[in-house]
Design a protein around this ligand. Structure first.
Ligand code: TYC
Length: 114
């Protein structure tokens, strides 16, 4: 808890206004929101391409990447990382760009964390 010091003003004759009081102020700093990056399933993107994306852009080992790819394949979607807004946007852009350049319909999106 921070203490905020303020000077009292003179309001009565004989009061020189030198008194000071300490007011407790509640810190109102909020952590910036985090964003989940999600990969979506489709019927056409090759499994090995998705594994490569997860290794390349999300720093996963081959085993981790294969497991997450299978989760997306079976369940339709998976969170592949949680980042600041700027980093999440960059990751989504990199994945979408890479998929488009290879003519795969792979979709990557971001979602604000609760
Ligand atoms: N369903 C794709 C296939 O059978 C594989 C795949 C997995 C595609 C994950 C996208 O995010 C994805 N080739």
């Amino acid at each position: 808890m921070k203490l905020f010091q303020t000077q009292m003003m003179a309001d009565k004759p004989g009061d020189d206004g030198d008194a000071s009081i300490l007011i407790e102020t509640r810190p109102r700093t909020k952590r910036p929101p985090l964003y989940k990056v999600l990969i979506l399933n489709d019927d056409y993107t090759p499994m090995e391409f998705v594994v490569h994306v997860l290794e390349q852009f999300f720093g996963m080992t081959h085993a981790q990447a294969f497991e997450i790819m299978l989760t997306v394949h079976k369940k339709g979607v998976a969170v592949v990382g949680v980042f600041s807004h700027e980093i999440a946007e960059t990751k989504v852009g990199q994945v979408m760009d890479f998929a488009r350049r290879h003519q795969h319909p792979l979709q990557c999106t971001m979602e604000k964390e609760e």
